[in-house]
Design a protein around this ligand. Structure first.
Ligand code: ZN
Ligand code: ZN
Length: 106
């Protein structure tokens, strides 16, 4: 699932091992790529990553958790994740998340 937020574009990839969605950044501008690479190398607080990218705290945390380890993609999912917190929606076409209260339209 692809999400666009401000200038940040990322896929939400499900890690079956951890049971969370992980944002995988795409098409980063060179300056953003440099910043993300720096986050990979040092221990950046997830709150700072959330501030910079507009990710929710949950997604910033799961990014940090997987910054240096592979995402264990398993199986085919029959639901879609909330673009805000990355948890499963009740139905694939839901427009509201019961976990974080986020609502959106196409
Ligand atoms: Zn994982
Ligand atoms: Zn949510």
């Amino acid at each position: 699932m692809r999400v666009e937020r401000n200038r940040w574009i990322y896929d939400l990839v499900y890690c079956g091992e951890c049971g969370v969605h992980v944002p995988v950044f795409r098409d980063l501008a060179p300056s953003d790529q440099t910043m993300v690479d720096a986050w990979r190398l040092r221990k950046t607080p997830s709150s700072q990553i959330a501030d910079e990218t507009g990710l929710s705290k949950e997604l910033a945390k799961s990014w940090k958790l997987h910054r240096n380890k592979p995402i264990q993609q398993k199986g085919q999912m029959n639901s879609t994740p909330c673009p805000e917190c990355g948890r499963w929606l009740r139905t694939p076409c839901a427009k509201q998340c019961f976990h974080c209260g986020n609502k959106w339209h196409d």
